[in-house]
Design a binder for this molecule. Structure first.
Ligand SMILES: [Zn+2]
Length: 281
């Protein structure tokens, strides 16, 4: 939410392209603008304070705010005020989203757009790019995704499980379902797929607390498909269950020659990740 008193009357993508020096296309403009903001900074995780300083935006956490965040302007410039009570990952995404509004405020001609679906969607895309830059995430996902890897990405990038899942699902075939013993809480996939079978798996996992990895036979795009790999586990510190569905033949499975990633597979993945990380310094 943005508290600024004026009317929206311009195309948000056009303003973003102006910020990117006229780049064509929203995605390339996003990458250019974010790359400029992150240039020379160490990440992950993205240092939002440093990025805000580069944009001449002040950050303030405040208790009791009636909204998740807002962008304000006074004689010293822009300020993002963010609700202090939010979980860290959620808070970081909210701040990054408001920094997206600040980009639109400070580029392009005329009055900037400040509300509406197109603006909010663009600022969400900006936040995802700022916290989980495409170029890095594409490298992170070149061997596919597993539950362990997803949680590791979430921790290293300082993002929520949901934002990380959405980002991953934009770049690699996967579906996440998070449910409690009664209901589906959220998904990046198809809520209609959360049927008797997946529901019964969740109930069993809540009972037994036994992580499970198996090949499953589910309908995909209306046709029978037998090559899904399903991982299910309890989310740490809660009774919620997370299910990850991926194509069973993703590179990580093929390369390691095993479908059921036991402790040694996890070690292999960690070693591979450590190698990649050290190579980036
Ligand atoms: Zn917004």
């Amino acid at each position: 939410m943005v508290v600024l008193d004026s009317l929206p009357n311009a195309n948000p993508v056009a303003r973003l392209r102006a910020a990117a020096g006229g780049a064509t296309g929203m995605e390339s403009a996003l990458r250019i603008v974010v790359a400029q903001l992150l240039d020379g900074l160490e990440f992950p995780a993205t240092d939002l304070q440093a990025v805000a300083e580069r944009m001449n935006v002040r950050l303030e956490l405040r208790r009791g705010l009636p909204v998740s965040a807002m962008l304000t302007r006074d004689d010293r410039g822009f300020k993002v005020i963010c609700a202090a009570e939010q979980a860290r990952g959620r808070q970081r995404f909210t701040i990054a989203h408001e920094l997206g509004h600040a980009v639109l405020e400070t580029h392009g001609l005329g009055e900037p757009p400040r509300s509406g679906r197109a603006v909010e969607t663009l600022c969400d895309r900006f936040a995802a790019e700022l916290l989980m830059p495409s170029s890095m995430f594409e490298r992170e996902l070149r061997d596919g995704i597993s539950l362990e890897r997803l949680i590791s990405l979430q921790r290293r990038y300082g993002t929520s499980l949901r934002a990380t899942s959405i980002r991953c699902s934009q770049m690699t075939p996967m579906e996440i379902y998070v449910a409690d013993s009664r209901d589906l809480l959220w998904t990046t996939g198809n809520a209609a797929r959360y049927d008797g079978f997946l529901r019964s798996l969740v109930a069993r996992l809540v009972d037994t607390e036994q992580r499970l990895v198996r090949k499953v036979n589910l309908i995909r795009d209306g046709a029978p498909c037998e090559d899904w790999r399903l991982e299910a586990d309890l989310l740490k510190g809660s009774r919620d269950v997370v299910l990850l569905l991926t194509p069973a033949n993703q590179p990580a499975d093929r390369d390691q020659g095993r479908l059921l990633g036991g402790p040694s597979a996890a070690r292999d993945r960690r070693a591979a990740a450590a190698t990649r990380n050290s190579g980036r310094q």
